[in-house]
Design a binder for this molecule. Structure first.
Ligand code: KG4
Ligand code: ZN
Length: 342
């Protein structure tokens, strides 16, 4: 069966075609992505209304591109999956509307998918897919969660951020350093030229004993340092970027190891945009190697938002008979939707 996936929850329009046969791991046939970063850059962050309008412009051309790259036609599509939430309401409505209209025209079911489920299953499209059970570290612009994953739809929340998400900490610190949006990749690039030991930054909740995170204090500490320095020179900036990245990575790695110990799992999956961070990968790989823990990441191109993970999550649910199939094509979106309720 072929599943067309549409992602439009934030500032990326993603479309993909995934094929699933029997119980085998689904295969990505083609995917295409349009990032709105350039458009939002001028405003220093995502402007929801502009995001929705751009999704409208992009989604059908991207779908045509995917079908052509896969050497398939719309007649080959068996299901149309879309991101139902969480995300920006208007942006989600574009994907949900287009997917439902397409599904109705093709007389195939539409399937609403949880965005974070897409992220945490995305390593199944890599060359070395994980096996259940595993710990998932979900680190995106809006979420920071540790979960025990026993199967698709069987998630136990182990801990999460009580304030800012890890990606938000990257983005807000980057803004304080005068870097562009999105700040994560920019801060990571600058950090390569810096010395992390140049600044003492807090590692909130590092020794809290539980698996929750807090990053709001870090941003405040970065602001204090920037104000103290006054005219920040390039080297100070790079050092502060390196120290910020190191503080975030230290907390993420330590809590991940704690979660692995607590659950007894021998595998961890890292998903979401921050999972692209090279320092995080390096440190987590090194620590996990000591305990013979396998670390799984999505392919780099599938770390940030994309349509492939949405089609994949629908495919894996279909294989288990637990997909939210709609054949009346009525749809709604869930901008705030806890994963445990999916
Ligand atoms: O998963 P994602 O694409 O979108 C959400 O669903 O939020 O994650 C975006 C987040 C942003 O905060 C971005 O700054 C961060 O991921 N990010 C990074 C890197 N690449 C993306 N943070 C640190 N280092 C990176 N290389
Ligand atoms: Zn995301």
């Amino acid at each position: 069966m072929n599943i067309l996936g549409i992602e439009s929850s934030c500032d990326e329009t993603g479309v993909a075609l995934v094929e699933a046969a029997g119980e085998g791991t689904p295969r990505l046939r083609a995917h295409a992505l349009h990032s709105q970063i350039d458009m939002h850059q001028a405003y220093g962050g995502v402007v929801p209304e502009l995001a929705s309008r751009d999704h409208i412009r992009r989604v059908l051309p991207l779908a045509r591109q995917v079908m052509s790259e896969a050497g398939a036609t719309l007649g080959d599509v068996d299901y149309v999956a879309f991101t139902r939430g969480p995300g920006l309401a208007g942006a989600l409505l574009v994907g949900a509307g287009v997917a439902s209209a397409l599904a109705a025209a093709l007389q195939r079911p539409a399937i609403g998918v949880h965005h974070l489920e897409g992220h945490l299953l995305s390593p199944f499209l890599s060359v070395d897919p994980p096996q259940f059970p595993f710990v998932a570290l979900l680190v995106s612009g809006g979420h920071t969660q540790l979960m025990r994953v026993d199967d698709v739809g069987r998630y136990a929340l182990l801990g999460e951020t009580i304030d800012d998400a890890a990606g938000e900490a990257f983005d807000k610190s980057a803004k304080l350093l005068g870097l562009g949006y999105p700040g994560g990749p920019a801060l990571a690039r600058l950090a390569e030229f810096g010395d992390a030991s140049g600044f003492e930054l807090p590692r909130p909740l590092l020794h809290s004993g539980n698996l929750d995170f807090s990053f709001a204090g870090l941003k405040t500490a970065v602001r204090t340092q920037v104000m103290k320095l006054g005219n920040v020179c390039e080297q100070d900036k790079a050092n502060l970027a390196a120290a910020t990245q190191q503080a975030i990575v230290d907390v993420l790695v330590r809590k991940s190891l704690q979660a692995l110990r607590a659950t007894g799992c021998a595998r961890i999956v890292v998903a979401g945009g921050v999972g692209a961070n090279a320092r995080l990968r390096e440190q987590l790989d090194a620590e996990c190697a000591k305990g013979q823990i396998r670390v799984h990441y999505p392919e780099l191109a599938l770390c940030t938002d994309n349509g492939a993970m949405i089609a994949l999550a629908a495919a894996m649910r279909l294989q288990r008979g637990s997909a939210a199939e709609s054949t009346d094509y009525a749809f709604n979106v869930l901008p705030r939707w806890p994963l445990m309720a999916a």
